[in-house]
Write a protein that binds this ligand. Sequence first.
Ligand code: ZN
Length: 504
Amino acid sequence: MVEPVERFLVLWAEIADLGHAMGLLSWDQETHMPRAGGGARARLQATLAGVRHARLVAPELEETLERCAARAEPESALAAQVREARRILGRVRCIPERLARAQAEAAAAGHEAWTAARAARDFAPFRPALERLVQLAREEAGLLTAPGAPLAGCGLYDAFLDEHEPGARVGDVGLLLGDLARELVPLVRAAAASGRRPDPGAARGEFAPERQLAFAREIAERFGFDFARGRIDAAPHPFCSGFGRDDVRLTWRYDAHDLRPALFGILHEAGHGLYEQNLPSEWQRTPIGGAVSLGVHESQSRLWENLVGRSRAFWIWALPRLHASFPGARGIALDALLPLLHTAEPSLIRVEADQGTYDLHVCVRFELERALFAGELEVADLPAAWDEAYARTLGLHPRDAAEGVLQDIHWSMGAFGYFPTYTLGNLIAAQLFAAARAELGELDALFARGEFRPLREWLGERIHRHGSFHPAAELVRRATGRALSSADYLAQRRADVREYYGVA
Ligand code: ZN
């Protein structure tokens, strides 16, 4: 008889491979696939998704898992494998095939309706599709939170938070985001009232795309991203996908007149990529071999993009390299560039928002999603609620739905509870950075010499190498010595507004 642990790991490795194959097809779709290939690609993905689902619900997997559970020592890797596998399978088994199929169809229809509505800048054509998506999502969450289900006793919105950030609950996330909104709203107002506005000319000019790529690539490499185990390609949206630690793909896009989108986009994705490339090799293709949560993943990208890549110390090292790469940029000076990298100017579009205001966009979406699943808000009232929330938090009024409630793709595909992970990423990044600084000493002196290895190794030791062995909240607590709070992140926001807007 085959040993049950061995058999379970073989079965799981095949499931992981199917997931990676699907990821690779998605990557190809965004980078190389001819436009006409969409129909065939959708069928191919559906076939693989069906095969993967059948493997996940197969009785043999369940039997071997329970036999693993019976012999797992507490605190062991096997116990963590069992915990993660049960969490993943618990969700899958709870959703009947009829509902999963209805959701896939509603997401395809929703995305099409959203694209048309956005082009028409009118919410009305999207409304029926979104109502259907919300109705199905409420049904799914109802099943996941019913007595005896994996999230029994939780609220409906918890079911979506838990999908992206296992263990996260609306009460805790609400407290963290509530702290942020309370402090950030007056801070952003004070920055505006200071009358200071950095000159956007400091990052503008003519920047040949291939040079932009070479410049950012050199920095990503210096951060530690290994291009022998990764690559970078152009795509309409920047993202990172990993198919095991030895094949990690980044994408980028550029603005030929502004350095920032390509540079910070690549540094952001390289941060995600460093996590993927340094996941534990011994647990690859197992339930605990991957990243632990979206929030922790996002903390890695935001740490390298914002806390390293926007710091004065980093630019002391990078600016001479920038001047050498772009002779036309020799006029860019440190003291003109830095304020431009630390703005806090309210804007309407989340993906274009600066670091000083980004989280307020997330707070609005969290508030609306929470209300939708608490039965306090209906889809028909969403546009008005959106506009009211933007006026209250950012002081701005969208001219139409395209600038407002229709701007994000997430809801059109039925993805709820995803937005908060962006802000959790900011909070985790700030707390990790503070802990690293306390232990490693003068990071600024290292950055100014282009030395990033001590920080990367610290992150590898505290975060990357653990995969999903510890739940996310526990991982952060172990890495930093305390539970996640908004304190370090708010301290950074206040310091930036003090330094760049002269507001005490
Ligand atoms: Zn990211």
